[in-house]
Design a binder for this molecule. Structure first.
Ligand code: A2P
Length: 318
C-alpha cells in the first residue's frame, strides 16, 4: 500500500498500472482522472434473451461495470437490467462501442444517440471505437473525432478504442487530439500482448482485456489450430490449489494484479459470482511471471489487418 492509499500490483510494473480502491473493488485511474473499475461484466456472445437476467444477477452480486457494444445486439437488455437493478446511475460504469457501420463523424454521433436510448442512460462512462478499419483510417479517425466531441460536451466520461495494434496506434495518435483512455484488446494467459501493453504504458493508455479467461478459443471449437483452454493449464491450476481458488479466479487476479481491467462474460449465476470473488487475495510477482510465460503469441480473435470488412455485420438496428 502506498502512502496515498493506492496499492501497486505486486509485480510493481509501470506507473500506468497503479491503481486504487474505491468501496471494495479496485479501480484503474484513467489518463483523464476518471476511475475505471478493474473488473467488469462482459456480455459479448450473450444472446439477447438471456442478457437481462445475466446482467441483473451480475449487478445483484456486486459488479458495477458492464461492457457491451452496439454490435452485440443486446444493449436494450443491458439497459433493462440497469433499470431493474435500482442502482443509482452514478454507482455504475457503463461502457459500449461504436460499430464500424457508423464510422464517420455524423455516424458515430448517431450511434451514440441510439446506444444511449437503448441503454436507457443519458451518458456513457467509456465510449469506444469497436475496432480500427485499417483499410479506411479516415473513417476510423472521423468516428473518433465524434467521440472527442461527445467528451467535450460531457456526454461521455472517457473515450477509448479497441483492438488497435502498436502500428495502428502509431498511425492513429498523430491524427487525433485526445489520447484514448483505454484500448480494449484480446488478452488472456495464452495471448497476452506484452509489446502492445508496454506501448500502452508508455502512452498512458489503460489496457482492458477482452475474453480475459480465454473464452475466445471456446467460441471456435471447430478450429484445430486454436490454443487450448487456459483454465485447465497445470501452471494455473497449481496456483489455484495454493489459494483455494478456481483457475478462472487466478486468471482474473492475474489481470488485476498486472494493472489490467478485465470483463469476463458468463451467463451462469455460479460463475458470475465466482468471477467477482477475487478481491481477497493477490498473486506474487513469481506467480504473475509464471502466467505471463504461458503466452503463445497465437491470437484467438481476428487479426484486424486481415479482416475483409465487406463481410462484417452492417445491420445494427437503429
Ligand atoms: P458461461 O457463460 O457458460 O459461464 P471470456 O470472458 O474469457 O470470453 O470467457 C467466457 C467463456 O468462459 C464463456 O464460455 C463462459 O461460459 C466461460 N466462463 C465464464 N466464467 C467462467 C468460470 N468462472 N469458469 C469456467 N468458465 C467460465
Amino acid at each position: 500500500m502506498h502512502p496515498d492509499g493506492s496499492i501497486a500490483p505486486m509485480s510493481g510494473r509501470t506507473s500506468q498500472e497503479r491503481w486504487s480502491i474505491i468501496g471494495t473493488q479496485p479501480v484503474i485511474p484513467l489518463n483523464n482522472g476518471v476511475e475505471l473499475p478493474a473488473l467488469g461484466f462482459g456480455v459479448f456472445q450473450t444472446p439477447p434473451d438471456v442478457t437481462q437476467a445475466a446482467v441483473e444477477e451480475a449487478l445483484r452480486v456486486g459488479y458495477r461495470m458492464v461492457d457491451t457494444a452496439a454490435s452485440y445486439h443486446n444493449e436494450p437488455e443491458v439497459g433493462a437490467a440497469i433499470a431493474a437493478s435500482g442502482l443509482r446511475r452514478s454507482d455504475l460504469f457503463v461502457q459500449t462501442k461504436v460499430w464500424v457501420s457508423n464510422y464517420s463523424h455524423d455516424g458515430a454521433l448517431h450511434a451514440f444517440d441510439v446506444s444511449t436510448r437503448k441503454l436507457g442512460v443519458d451518458y456513457i462512462d467509456l465510449y469506444m471505437l469497436h475496432q480500427p478499419l485499417p483499410q479506411d483510417f479516415n473513417a476510423t479517425v472521423g468516428a473518433y473525432q465524434a467521440l472527442e466531441q461527445l467528451l467535450g460536451e460531457g456526454r461521455v466520461r472517457a473515450i477509448g478504442v479497441s483492438n488497435l495494434s502498436v502500428a495502428h496506434l502509431a498511425t492513429f495518435l498523430p491524427r487525433v487530439s485526445v489520447v484514448p483512455a483505454v484500448n480494449q484488446i484480446e488478452a488472456h494467459p495464452y495471448y497476452n500482448q506484452p509489446e502492445l501493453r508496454r506501448e500502452h504504458a508508455r502512452l498512458g493508455i489503460a489496457t482492458q482485456a477482452w475474453s480475459p479467461l480465454g473464452g475466445v478459443y471456446v467460441y471456435r471449437p471447430g478450429d484445430a489450430d486454436a490454443v487450448k483452454n487456459a483454465l485447465t493449464d497445470p501452471a494455473i491450476t497449481t496456483i489455484a490449489d495454493r489459494y483455494g481458488k478456481t483457475a478462472a479466479q487466478i486468471v482474473l487476479r492475474w489481470h488485476i494484479d498486472s494493472g489490467r481491467s478485465a470483463i469476463p462474460k458468463s451467463v451462469n449465476p455460479t460463475r458470475i459470482a465466482e468471477n467477482l470473488d477475487v478481491f481477497d487475495f493477490t498473486l506474487t510477482a513469481d506467480e504473475l511471471a509464471i502466467i505471463d510465460a504461458l503466452n503463445t503469441g497465437v491470437r484467438g480473435g481476428p487479426n484486424q489487418d486481415a479482416i475483409d470488412f465487406r463481410t462484417l455485420d452492417r445491420t445494427i438496428p437503429n
